[in-house]
Every structure is written in C-alpha cells, then in structure tokens.
Design a protein around this ligand. Sequence first.
Ligand code: SAM
Length: 248
Amino acid sequence: TATLYVVATPIGNVTDIGLRALHVLGLVDAVACEDTRNTSHLMQRFGISKPLLAAHMHNEREAGETIVRRLQAGERIALVSDAGTPAVSDPGAKIVDAVRAAGLRVVPLPGASAAVTALSASGLINDQFHFVGFLPAKAKQRETALAALRNVTATMVFYEAPHRIAEFTQALVAVFEPTRQVVFARELTKLFEEIHRCPLSDAMAWLAGDAHREKGEFVVLLEGAAAQSDAQDAEAERVLKILLAELP
Ligand code: SAM
C-alpha cells in the first residue's frame, strides 16, 4: 500500500544502517533525499539502485506535493536525509506534514541521530533533555538565544558546524556558569571519534589543545541549571520570615 517510509541513515559508520532500512530501501518505488550523490553512494554500498527524488531545504514544499501525488497513485516512497534521522535539524517535517494532511500512511524507521548518540555516551543524567539543534550563526542572535536558555534545568543538546565550534564555545562561556559540565561529542561513529567532558571553564583550553579539534562534526551537550529544590525554597522562606520579623 502507498506509504511514506521515513528512514534514518548512519551518521558516519555506514554499517550502522538497519536491516529493516535496507529492506525498505530495496522495496520502495523511489527514494526522496537531500543530496542525490550522497544517497546513491550509500545505496551503492549495499547494492541497491532506485530512482532518486531531490527533497532538500530549498524545494521541500514542491517535493512534498510531488510525493503526495505519487503516493496517491499507489507508490511507496522512502524519505532519507544526508545523515541521521530526517526532520531532526534536517528537511523532512514539511513533507511528512503534507503526506499526513493528505491522509496517507507514514511509517518511521528508527536509526541513528547524533543527539541521542551523544547523550548515550555522555554520562550526564539525561532524565530530561532540551534539544536546541543549531543556534543562529550571527553572534548577537546567538547570544540572545543562549541567554534565554540560562534557567533550563534539562541537559541541553546543540549541533554546531566545525568552523564555528570555537566561537560557539566562547559564547557558552560568556553566558553560563563556569562549573557547568559540557560534553563535546566529535566525529561520532567515525575513525577519529572523541567524546570529551569537562567543566565549561576548561572547554576553550581543550579545543585549543589539538589543531584537529576544530575539524569534524560536533554535538555539544551542556548540563542544565541547578534545580532549586523545594527544601531550599522552604528554608529560604523560613529565614526570610525571621528576618522580616526583626525589621523595624
Ligand atoms: N538529522 C541529523 C540527526 O538526526 O542527527 C542531524 C543533521 S544536521 C544537518 C548535522 C549536524 O548533526 C552536524 O553539524 C553535527 O552537529 C551533528 N552530527 C551529525 N553527524 C555527526 C557525527 N558523526 N558526530 C557528531 N555530530 C554529528
């Protein structure tokens, strides 16, 4: 039956592709992808050849309309992005929205996502995490966005491009307490994978410690603000009452 399969692909190591993903890529009529060169390369590795359909940031709405029409004609289509899970800091959401609005079936195939991969190896307590993804590239807007996160108690998850990692880290240092734990998860699942955790105060020195550090892809995790416990609040109130009583 007509179905849009949303298929996660590896974030570096191609052998992280799922068996079900391979099966689905093999049975669909077409694969909608962000970059046809990347995706045909991935599929070639597994001996799969399918018609490809460009679905990137700049044509997502038209691609959605095309996909809806093709599904209505009874086709099965897979949607992939360049790496990881479609629609997570990647195109895909508008397409899925159009397909769902048309009353057609959407089936997700789970797999890699850089955010969850980094969280899993961070050792931070992630009962709650706040996915931020990419911040604005302009310094002023980035600072405003970071300032708005100052009181978030959940672990924060950022994506950043390698050429901006140093200025991004500098911006974290300017906004958050130096004692907060930060985790740099670099080149996940690849040959030069590195996962480094340190207090924010040591972050710039770590980045500068090796010229290769500012290369590759990064997920940055930041420990949340210390939660005000109810006990602390009650104690503060008790002390305040005593002090107020003593005031003239
Ligand atoms: N859809 C993807 C996902 O599910 O994670 C994210 C795509 S987004 C355009 C690309 C960003 O994800 C990179 O700039 C980096 O922050 C992060 N990323 C992707 N692959 C990574 C890897 N192997 N190691 C570390 N970060 C990675």
